[in-house]
Ligand binder design. Structure first.
Ligand SMILES: Nc1ncnc2c1ncn2[C@@H]1O[C@H](COP(=O)(O)OP(=O)(O)OP(=O)(O)O)[C@@H](O)[C@H]1O
Ligand SMILES: [Mg+2]
Length: 365
């Protein structure tokens, strides 16, 4: 059991800075997901924990010990890669045993550890096969099994589910969550998939261009995104954004072709002066049809339907409010409009997110 702490961590390759000033504490027994777009430095951060990348500045600690100069094998971590990295010429049992034999554990203990891991992951019947005789999902389970047998103080996962088909990914996602809940081993899990991050993480750390944007529980980052990037990255379909300025003593948001009243819950935000340019964010589930029961203060807007995407349980309606402003609304499938219909949409004003147009930071009280 161990916590993992990044303090002022930097990583450069020559002149190229890929991580800057990373401060992040992953608590003992926590499942932390590092998420962000391709190239933002997630794998680099993970590989610095593992000792597979040198740290250019700052410190990484595992269980209270600075590990910058500690060899990977002495860090008490186990890593699972996207590629599985199984030895093709060895059986599954031999793959699972390999690391333990190198550590010269007695065979009886190795047998116990391997059988236990195989049992937990439901691969006991596959132990005599070679990796190529397994499906992708089974291979991934073996890779996870190999990590478990080492009983490390930290699990590191780098996009372990990317090679699986969509259905299997959902299944393995649940299995890994269940496993972590059972073993309580501190886990750092890297993915570019925000759904994976939301569904698996106790907390999520969102990165962009080598910089940490926000850390919080899935609900915190969903409901209180710290900036425009996080607001746009978390949630599907993404949050709607409309450019606007404050008017009427902070009581109105004036957009291109329409206005929205500022609800009581959002009055008096710091810096909300008349004329201030903001980006108004509103999630698709907070733009609904007039028959749907709503919460808090609302406003009605006229719109023209441009695209309809039926998903079964709901319909995504892309509707033009006027000018350049198109919003996505989640509508009950039994009340779905048709292409080109003129409709009324109801906006739940308490659910608005306001961002400074210049700094892109969330406006807060
Ligand atoms: N050896 C290297 N030399 C120079 N730049 C590198 C090197 N390795 C990685 N980079 C750069 O560092 C940045 C971060 O890479 P990293 O692999 O951590 O990204 P990532 O967030 O894991 O992306 P992905 O989702 O694509 O795996 C990228 O811009 C990458 O081009
Ligand atoms: Mg990566």
């Amino acid at each position: 059991m161990a916590e993992v702490v990044f303090q002022g961590v930097a990583k450069s390759y020559g002149d190229v800075k890929v991580i800057e000033g990373l401060d992040l504490e992953i608590r003992d027994q926590e499942f932390m997901v590092l998420v962000g777009p391709s190239g933002c430095g997630k794998s680099t951060a993970l590989r610095m924990i593992a000792g597979l990348e040198e740290i250019s500045g700052g410190t990484v600690s595992i269980g209270g010990r600075v590990v910058n100069e500690v060899a990977p094998k002495d860090r008490d971590i186990a890593m699972v890669f996207q590629s599985y990295a199984l030895y093709p010429h060895m059986t599954i049992r031999e793959n699972l045993e390999f690391g333990l034999k190198i550590r010269k554990l007695p065979q009886a203990e190795i047998d116990t550890l391997v059988n236990e891991a195989a049992e937990i992951l439901g691969i006991a019947h596959l132990l005599d096969r070679k990796p190529k005789q397994l499906s992708g999902g089974q291979r991934q389970r073996v890779a996870v099994g190999r990590a478990i047998t080492r009983k490390p103080s930290v699990f590191l996962f780098d996009e372990p589910l990317s090679n699986l088909d969509a259905k299997l990914r959902v299944q393995m996602r649940a299995e890994i969550s269940k496993l972590q809940n059972r073993l309580k081993t501190t886990t750092v899990y890297v993915t570019h998939d925000q759904v994976e991050a939301m569904t698996m993480g106790h907390r999520i750390a969102i990165m962009k261009d080598g910089k940490l944007q926000q850390v919080g529980t899935p609900l915190e980052v969903y409901e209180q995104p710290a900036n425009l990037f996080v607001a746009a990255f978390i949630g599907t379909p993404p949050m709607n954004f409309v450019k606007a300025t404050f008017a009427d003593g902070g009581g109105t948001l004036k957009a291109g072709t329409f206005s929205l009243p500022v609800p009581a819950s959002l009055r008096g935000l710091t810096g909300a002066k008349d004329g201030k340019a903001v980006v108004v964010g509103i999630r698709p589930e907070n733009v609904v049809d007039p028959q749907k029961p709503t919460r808090g203060e609302t406003a009605r807007l006229g719109a023209t339907v441009e695209v309809i995407e039926p998903l079964g349980h709901e319909v995504l309606v892309y509707a033009r409010l006027g000018g350049d402003d198109v919003v996505v609304a989640k509508i009950d499938p039994h009340r779905a409009p048709a292409y080109d219909d003129k409709i009324e949409l109801v906006v739940e004003l308490d659910a608005l997110h306001l961002f400074d147009a210049a700094t892109e930071l969330r406006l807060t009280a």
